[in-house]
Design a protein around this ligand. Structure first.
Ligand code: F6P
Length: 354
């Protein structure tokens, strides 16, 4: 009987998840491992019957790898240690989950997730003595010890394209256009897309701003004879008073709408806001994400095959490596305020409002 790897996608989706799974299944098949897909993160193992399916290379024809989303489904609200029950209570179902993995004859688990998912999966692995490997994915790109996580490149591409589309309409109407992007507590998407999209102001949670300084930059733009300005703001940027801006349930959203009237009043420019939202997570992955995803998937299976567990695959110096999961999730990797990207932005005249 062949040995089995279980795979799952957990946390918020992003482009490139199907490409990771495609590579895992193909590499596993070549090395003589079977693959079982668990649906909806770990939640598929808490259903009766288990929501699982065998995956083979035939399931990954030419279409799937190009598709956004995840063919297995995912969740960011069904923590097995605090599982939301139908009666509204929460229950620790971690032991049930570990029992299900053993029941299915699973020899190793590869989880494709971000920091939140890895904290949960690593805890489960320790508790159940489960051989576990992590593949990093998150548009936020905030996992430590990897330069890139799957999904980030596509999110930046979408945000850059949005700026390319906003620029002509901004110029046609003499407006300031504010683009609000995701990224949670790290400003990586806003910084990368802001530079690539040639904005005038980048606002990220790592660099405090003032409205006066934003207005000063926009005034300079006006004085230079340009009739429009572009601003990109990361969702976790706070109000001038240091308060979090959220839509509901602690979720970020609305900082663009908060800033718009203030910028309009301070600059005299008509100001409009675009909130990019989940558009950044959907759609076909860029070539960079497809390449990274498949390199990660192959390496994850190789680690399983070598019997090396408790590791996260990572991208460092243009190569795939592996690092201890605990080290990767120790802290959120935020923007280096004196790093190359911030220096580049400042050097080409972009203001951070500081
Ligand atoms: O972590 C990925 C992310 O897209 C963040 O950038 C964003 O704040 C959050 O997830 C949105 O979560 P949800 O899909 O639950 O609205």
């Amino acid at each position: 009987m062949s040995k089995n790897i279980a795979i799952l996608t957990s946390g918020g989706d992003c482009a490139g998840l199907n490409a990771v799974m495609s590579a895992i299944v193909k590499r596993a098949d070549a090395l003589g491992w079977g693959v079982i897909g668990i649906e909806n993160g770990t939640a598929g193992l808490l259903e009766e019957p288990y929501a699982v399916r065998t995956l083979s290379p035939a399931d990954f024809d030419g279409f799937v790898m190009r598709r956004g989303g995840t063919i297995l489904g995912t969740t960011n609200s069904k923590n097995p240690f605090k599982y939301p029950m139908p009666d509204g209570s929460v229950k620790d179902r971690s032991d049930e989950l570990i029992a299900a993995i053993k029941d299915l004859g699973i020899d190793a688990v590869i989880g494709i997730g971000g920091d939140g998912s890895f904290a949960i999966l690593n805890k489960l692995a320790t508790q159940g003595n489960l051989p576990f490997i992590g593949v990093p994915k998150t548009i936020d790109n905030d996992l430590s010890l990897t330069d890139l996580s799957v999904g980030f490149d596509t999110a930046v591409e979408v945000a850059t394209e949005a700026l390319d589309r906003l620029q002509p309409t901004a110029a046609s109407h003499d407006r300031v256009m504010i683009l609000e992007v995701m990224g949670r507590d790290a400003g990586h998407i806003a910084l990368a897309a802001g530079i690539a999209g040639g904005v005038d102001v980048i606002l990220i949670p790592e660099i405090p701003y003032t409205i006066e300084n934003i207005a000063k930059k926009i005034q300079q733009v006006k004085d230079s004879g340009r009739n429009f300005a572009l601003v990109i703001v990361s969702e976790a940027v706070k109000t001038a008073a240091g308060e979090k801006v959220e839509v509901a349930d602690g979720r970020y959203g609305g900082v663009g709408a908060y800033l718009a009237p203030k910028i309009a009043e301070a600059t005299g420019f008509e100001t409009r806001v675009t909130v990019l939202g989940h558009v950044q997570r959907g759609g076909s992955p860029t070539w960079n994400d497809r390449l990274l995803a498949q390199a990660f998937g192959v390496r994850a299976v190789d680690l399983v095959n070598e019997g090396k567990f408790g590791r996260m695959v990572a991208w460092q110096n243009r190569a795939v490596v592996d690092v201890a999961i605990e080290d990767a999730i120790k802290e959120c990797r935020i923007v280096r305020t004196h790093g190359t990207q911030v220096h580049t932005a400042r050097s080409v005249g972009i203001s951070f409002g500081d």
